[in-house]
Write a protein that binds this ligand. Sequence first.
Ligand code: CDP
Length: 241
Amino acid sequence: MKQVDLLYSGKAKSVYRTDDPGVYIMKFRDDITAFDGGKKDTLGGKGRYNAEVSSFFFRYLEENGIKTHYLSSVDPTAIAVRSLTMIPLEVIVRNVAAGSIVRNYPFREGEVLDPAVIVIDYKSDAHHDPMLNDDLIYALGLATPEELDQIKAMALAVNIVLSEYLAARGITLVDFKLEFGKTNDEIVVGDEISMDSMRLWDKETGASLDKDVYRFNKGDVMETYAGVAKRILSPPGEESA
Ligand code: CDP
């Protein structure tokens, strides 16, 4: 399999076609953005940490029976993925109130949401990712009721698997965003699962271990990403070894 031409370049990742039409290469760049592209930087090494963590979580989900686009690791900053027709939904699962849900609704930051709350936004830079509801999703033709049910069930399954994994390493999975795509009419988890797409809080200190460190200038972003990647990739209790 050989990388051919650039298919798409987003805010932090680029996707390349390969000589196999069923396979794309997803490259994690060192770019980081926040606030709808309003804040931008390039942080050396960031792509590698997000690629490592994403690859690990995709493999872990597959081991737990959840289908993803992941095929293999290509190099430290790139993975081979199944080519998908993406569904333009940002499916956010929230276990603890933080971020936009606190700004937009009367939740207190840190309030536990049990059962977890699913919020689905329309992935559209032109429309600034507005929140959808089921009827809007059907009216816009973004998913059928059966597909939406499956997407929500998969998102909740991912939540259970990742929350438990992270909890064993002293990390609270506050919220995260998934994207889904279709391949041969099968719906699979696409995009990435990284510190850019999750909110992670240290269970002991409450410290942010994710892109909020960048958004809100809470500390050294690369030190945080390096540290949390190590904790995620290590067996429980061994992360500080
Ligand atoms: O983080 P922000 O306040 O902008 O939005 P949010 O709706 O509170 O985000 C919920 C979760 O989804 C956070 O973990 C974000 O990092 C993630 N997210 C994302 O990865 N990409 C987006 N376009 C929006 C949210």
